[in-house]
Design a protein around this ligand. Structure first.
Ligand code: SF4
Length: 91
Protein backbone atom coordinates (compact mmCIF):
# COMPACT_ATOMS: atom_id res chain seq x y z
CA UNK A 1 0.00 0.00 0.00
CA UNK A 2 1.46 3.32 -1.02
CA UNK A 3 1.14 6.75 0.49
CA UNK A 4 1.99 10.29 -0.49
CA UNK A 5 5.06 11.81 1.09
CA UNK A 6 6.19 15.43 0.84
CA UNK A 7 9.81 16.09 1.68
CA UNK A 8 9.54 19.30 3.66
CA UNK A 9 13.29 19.84 3.33
CA UNK A 10 12.84 20.06 -0.43
CA UNK A 11 9.48 21.85 -0.64
CA UNK A 12 9.82 25.56 -1.46
CA UNK A 13 6.12 26.31 -1.01
CA UNK A 14 5.55 27.25 -4.63
CA UNK A 15 1.95 26.06 -4.44
CA UNK A 16 1.89 24.08 -7.67
CA UNK A 17 0.72 20.87 -6.07
CA UNK A 18 -1.93 22.65 -3.99
CA UNK A 19 -3.25 24.39 -7.12
CA UNK A 20 -3.19 21.30 -9.32
CA UNK A 21 -4.45 18.77 -6.79
CA UNK A 22 -6.23 20.37 -3.80
CA UNK A 23 -7.78 16.99 -3.02
CA UNK A 24 -4.41 15.74 -1.84
CA UNK A 25 -2.33 18.78 -0.86
CA UNK A 26 -2.64 21.86 1.34
CA UNK A 27 -0.25 24.28 2.98
CA UNK A 28 0.73 23.77 6.58
CA UNK A 29 1.34 26.61 9.04
CA UNK A 30 4.87 27.01 7.69
CA UNK A 31 3.67 27.55 4.15
CA UNK A 32 4.87 24.16 2.99
CA UNK A 33 2.81 21.50 1.30
CA UNK A 34 1.62 18.44 3.10
CA UNK A 35 -0.69 15.61 2.11
CA UNK A 36 -4.25 15.91 3.36
CA UNK A 37 -5.55 12.66 1.91
CA UNK A 38 -4.14 9.24 1.13
CA UNK A 39 -7.16 8.17 -0.92
CA UNK A 40 -7.47 7.85 -4.71
CA UNK A 41 -3.74 7.58 -5.32
CA UNK A 42 -4.33 6.72 -8.98
CA UNK A 43 -5.95 10.10 -9.59
CA UNK A 44 -4.55 11.83 -12.69
CA UNK A 45 -4.24 15.18 -10.92
CA UNK A 46 -2.06 13.60 -8.25
CA UNK A 47 0.43 12.40 -10.83
CA UNK A 48 0.30 15.83 -12.48
CA UNK A 49 1.10 17.45 -9.14
CA UNK A 50 4.01 15.07 -8.56
CA UNK A 51 5.35 15.76 -12.04
CA UNK A 52 4.92 19.53 -11.63
CA UNK A 53 6.81 19.89 -8.38
CA UNK A 54 9.94 21.92 -9.28
CA UNK A 55 12.01 20.32 -6.53
CA UNK A 56 10.68 16.74 -6.84
CA UNK A 57 9.60 16.93 -3.22
CA UNK A 58 6.58 14.68 -3.68
CA UNK A 59 6.79 10.93 -3.91
CA UNK A 60 4.63 7.89 -3.53
CA UNK A 61 6.28 5.63 -1.02
CA UNK A 62 5.45 2.21 0.27
CA UNK A 63 3.58 2.59 3.54
CA UNK A 64 5.17 0.50 6.24
CA UNK A 65 1.93 -0.19 8.01
CA UNK A 66 -1.57 -0.22 6.63
CA UNK A 67 -2.85 0.53 10.09
CA UNK A 68 -0.97 3.79 10.46
CA UNK A 69 -3.16 6.87 10.39
CA UNK A 70 -0.52 9.41 11.23
CA UNK A 71 0.62 10.09 7.67
CA UNK A 72 3.74 12.05 6.86
CA UNK A 73 4.39 13.41 10.34
CA UNK A 74 6.02 10.15 11.36
CA UNK A 75 8.64 10.26 8.63
CA UNK A 76 10.65 13.16 9.98
CA UNK A 77 9.46 14.06 13.42
CA UNK A 78 6.93 11.83 15.07
CA UNK A 79 4.34 13.66 17.08
CA UNK A 80 2.30 10.64 18.00
CA UNK A 81 4.44 8.72 20.45
CA UNK A 82 1.55 6.82 21.88
CA UNK A 83 -0.04 5.69 18.66
CA UNK A 84 1.94 2.43 18.60
CA UNK A 85 2.03 2.16 14.83
CA UNK A 86 4.98 0.49 13.13
CA UNK A 87 5.97 3.47 11.02
CA UNK A 88 6.90 5.50 14.09
CA UNK A 89 9.85 3.21 14.68
CA UNK A 90 9.24 2.94 18.38
CA UNK A 91 12.19 1.42 20.19
S1 SF4 B 1 4.85 21.65 -5.89
FE1 SF4 B 1 6.58 20.86 -4.66
S2 SF4 B 1 7.71 22.70 -4.01
FE2 SF4 B 1 5.69 23.38 -4.72
S3 SF4 B 1 4.42 23.46 -2.82
FE3 SF4 B 1 4.13 21.42 -3.77
S4 SF4 B 1 5.66 20.07 -2.77
FE4 SF4 B 1 6.26 22.20 -2.38
Amino acid sequence: MKKIKVNEEACIGCGACVAINPDHFAFNDEGLSHPISQDNLDQKELQNAIDSCPTSAISLVEAESEECECNEECEEECSCEDCGCECCHHE
